[in-house]
Design a protein around this ligand. Structure first.
Ligand code: SF4
Length: 384
């Protein structure tokens, strides 16, 4: 399967915890961006004729793609069409929206070009928490956006929540989930806040003006998972929950190490066995595009056998299917039974039909389990 990711780097306002590649700039930059990303995509189309015809899923993310006006979104999608992306035949097209810019006009603009799915950044319904983390939408705006989206026939809706926010309680987080589920989206993601010391929130915490109770991380994650499962959602990836058939095909392709093209500042792609990304900051990315998208300015990371092994283990364990041992054997490696059974005894790992998958608190300690399994891999031929 081939995915295509397009990064729109702009946000109306930078959230206090944001450590992503996002900038807040005057709107005139949006037009320049549209010219540049068109140039980047057209250059790729010329160099790899026929590549876009093979795209299966499209994801327009950010930043906040919905800062673009309906006309600008139409222009972006029109350009995808012009280079051969079969917009009306794709298996899935997702666009990220933020509540404050989620309106019928923008959603209609992308749906007219074949968008099938919207991912909405709610984060929390609690107005005090929204203020405390510096989100630009107010209490009530998220509800209004969800209400509008979920009344549009045939549109798949995903919504993001955050947990372990400063001042958030376990009960408060569970109320957010209950409220969100009641609107009826088919897909919900939730992410624990990781505080980057270089962000505004990180600085406040360093000064002692704010705090996050790290002890609440595990109880919030556990009880959030339990609540969503009670409501009929399946955890198909560590932070992603879906009703049957509502899983994100585009993101599943990442975790299954499928190929994906990527455009826009800092967008990461995987193509022909090479992981790559263009310059992350807007100005160097602009120079990269204006100088003809020369390969020398791309960050290229060919995936060798050792990296392939690490990726297979890391990415597989993020999903509920877990690791297919046959994939490991193809790399000439396996994991000794003693290592597996040590995690099984703790209840962190289960083994079924040749697959190892996380279970119980294994999801919370994923990094530790994965590192141990990876470090203890032995040559497969040793067992033959
Ligand atoms: S909306 Fe997302 S990308 Fe934009 S500033 Fe907030 S956290 Fe960063």
């Amino acid at each position: 399967m081939l995915g295509m990711y397009v990064h729109v780097p702009f946000c109306g306002k930078i959230c206090d915890y944001c450590d992503f590649s996002a900038i807040s700039v005057p709107e005139r930059y949006y037009l320049e961006y549209l010219d540049l990303v068109s140039e980047e995509i057209r250059t790729f189309a010329e160099r790899c004729p026929g590549a876009f015809e093979k795209v299966d899923t499209l994801y327009v993310g950010g930043g906040t793609p919905s800062v673009l006006s309906p006309e600008q979104l139409s222009r972006l999608f029109g350009m995808f069409q012009s280079v051969g992306v079969p917009l009306k035949k794709l298996r899935e097209t997702t666009v990220e929206f933020n509540p404050e810019s989620c309106d019928v006009e923008r959603v209609s603009a992308v749906r007219e070009h074949g968008a099938t799915r919207v991912s909405l950044g709610i984060q929390t319904f609690d107005g005090n928490l929204l203020d405390r983390i510096g989100r630009s939408h107010r209490a009530g705006t998220g509800e209004a956006a969800l209400d509008m989206l979920l009344h549009l026939p045939g549109l798949r809706v995903s919504a993001d929540l955050m947990f372990n926010l400063p001042g958030q309680t376990v009960e408060g987080f569970l109320q957010d989930i209950e409220k969100l589920v009641a609107f009826g989206p088919g897909h919900i993601s939730f992410y624990g806040l990781k505080v980057d010391p270089e962000t505004r929130l990180g600085h406040r915490i360093a000064r002692g003006d704010d705090s996050v109770d790290e002890d609440l991380y595990a109880p919030m994650y556990r009880s959030g998972v339990e609540l969503l499962e009670r409501h009929g959602f399946t955890r198909y990836e560590t932070s992603n929950f879906a009703r049957a058939g509502e899983e994100s095909l585009h993101n599943l392709n990442y975790w299954r190490r499928g190929e994906y093209l990527a455009f826009g500042p800092g967008a990461h792609g995987f193509w022909g066995g090479v992981r790559f990304h263009a310059p992350e900051k807007y100005a160097p990315w602009r120079n990269y595009v204006k100088s003809g998208c020369l390969k020398e300015f791309l960050y290229l990371d060919p995936v060798g056998p050792e990296e392939e092994l690490a990726e297979i283990i890391q990415l597989s364990f993020r999903t509920k299917e877990g690791l297919d041992l046959a994939d490991l054997h193809k790399c000439g490696k396996t994991i000794p039974d003693a290592v597996v059974s040590q995690w099984e005894k703790k209840g962190f790992l289960t083994q079924n039909n040749g697959r190892l998958a996380l279970s119980g608190d294994g999801w919370l300690f994923m990094d530790r389990v994965v590192e141990d399994l990876y470090c203890n891999c032995i040559p497969y031929s040793n067992l033959e």
